[in-house]
Ligand binder design. Structure first.
Ligand code: IPD
Ligand code: CA
Ligand code: CA
Length: 296
C-alpha cells in the first residue's frame, strides 16, 4: 500500500546519511549519467528498429540493448552480489538482498523519432521496497533522484515547474503543485502497445478529457512521474506499466509529496499506476475506478 503520503522529510540535503543508500544513489546516478551520454551521443542517424516485443509497435533499438548492457555491467562491477531486473532481459536474483530495476531507455518511440522526451530509469530495491530512484533525462539536462525518506531532488535543467522549492547547492528539492480541483488539473497518461488495451485506454481518456484542464501524453512514464514531482503535471495515470517503468519515478513522485498507488488500497502496479498531488488523488482514483481504467 503506497497511497499514504510520505511525511515531508526533515532532511535539507540530497546526500543520504546511510552509507548503503549513499552508495546505491551514487552508483545509480553514475550509471544513469553514463547511459545518458551513450544514448545522446551515440544515437546513429539511421537508427532502426532491432526487433519488436509484445506487438509490431513495441520496438527495441540497438541503443536500448547497449544502454542496458552498460548499466548492468557498471553496477555489477561495483556490486557483484546484487540482483537485476532489466527491460531488455537482465534478470538475476543476487545474494545481497538488493535488486536493481532498470529501464535503459524509457520512451523508445520518442528516441527512434528524434523527439527529446526519453529517459534512463534506475531503481534499487530491497525486500520489494524501492530505496533509491534515479531518472536521467539527457535532452533536458536533468537528473531526478530520491532516496526513501530523503525527499526528491532535481539536478540541472533550466528550472520551471511550480514544484522546485529550494536549493542547497546540490540540486533543487522538489514538491508537487498545490492540489487543484479535477476541472483545473493537467493530467499525464500513456497508452500501451496492445490494440485492445489502447482501445479501452482511449475510451477512458475520452471520458476524462472534458473533466480536466487538459491531458498530456509525453511518451516516457518515468518522466511523467518526475513531472508530477516537479509540479509540471498535477497527476499521471497509466495501466500496463512494468516494474522498470515505474520503480524510480514512483519513489521520486512520492518523495516530492505526491500520493501514489493503484486501485483503492493497492500499490502502483501494472494493473494501474496513479500519482497525484494529495488533494486530487482520491477524486482521480475514483474516476479511474468508475471508468474501468484498471482493466482492458
Ligand atoms: C513506454 C513509455 C510510455 C508508456 C508505455 C511504456 P518504453 O516505455 O514509458 O510512455 O506509455 O506504457 O511501455 O517502451 O519506451 O520503454
Ligand atoms: Ca519503459
Ligand atoms: Ca524501455
Amino acid at each position: 500500500m503506497t497511497s499514504d503520503p510520505t511525511p515531508t522529510p526533515a532532511t535539507t540535503s540530497a546526500a543520504p546519511a546511510d552509507p548503503l543508500l549513499a552508495e546505491l544513489l551514487g552508483l545509480a546516478r553514475e550509471a544513469g549519467r553514463r547511459a545518458g551520454v551513450l544514448l545522446r551521443d551515440g544515437r546513429p542517424d539511421d537508427l532502426a528498429v532491432a526487433h519488436t516485443k509484445t506487438s509490431a509497435i513495441d520496438v527495441v533499438t540497438e541503443m536500448d540493448i547497449a544502454a542496458e548492457k552498460l548499466i548492468t555491467g557498471f553496477l555489477a562491477e561495483h556490486r557483484p552480489d546484487d540482483g537485476f531486473l532489466g527491460e531488455e532481459g537482465a534478470s538475476s536474483t543476487g545474494t545481497s538482498g538488493v535488486r536493481w530495476v532498470v529501464d535503459p531507455l524509457d520512451g523508445t518511440v520518442n528516441y527512434l523519432y528524434g523527439l527529446p522526451t526519453w529517459s534512463v530509469s534506475i531503481a534499487a530495491e530491497r525486500d520489494g521496497e524501492t530505496l533509491v530512484g534515479v531518472v536521467e533525462v539527457p535532452l533536458r539536462g536533468e537528473t531526478f533522484h530520491a532516496v526513501r525518506g530523503g525527499g526528491a531532488w532535481l539536478d540541472g535543467g533550466a528550472g520551471g515547474g511550480a514544484g522546485a522549492v529550494a536549493t542547497d547547492g546540490a540540486g533543487r528539492r522538489l514538491a508537487v503543485r498545490p492540489s487543484p480541483e479535477l476541472g483545473q488539473a493537467l493530467v499525464g497518461t500513456g497508452f500501451g502497445y496492445l490494440t485492445d488495451r489502447r482501445a479501452h485506454q482511449a475510451e477512458v481518456a475520452h471520458r476524462l478529457l472534458p473533466r480536466v484542464r487538459d491531458i498530456r501524453r509525453g511518451g516516457s512514464a518515468a518522466i511523467d512521474l518526475c513531472d508530477v514531482a516537479a509540479g509540471r503535471l498535477d497527476a499521471y495515470y497509466e495501466r500496463g506499466l512494468n516494474p522498470w517503468d515505474l520503480a524510480a519515478g514512483v519513489l521520486i513522485a512520492r518523495e516530492a509529496g505526491a500520493l501514489t498507488g493503484g486501485r483503492a488500497g493497492e500499490p502502483a502496479s501494472g494493473e494501474l499506476t496513479l500519482a497525484a498531488s494529495p488533494g486530487l488523488f482520491g477524486t482521480l482514483q475514483g474516476f479511474l475506478e468508475e471508468s474501468g481504467a484498471w482493466h482492458d
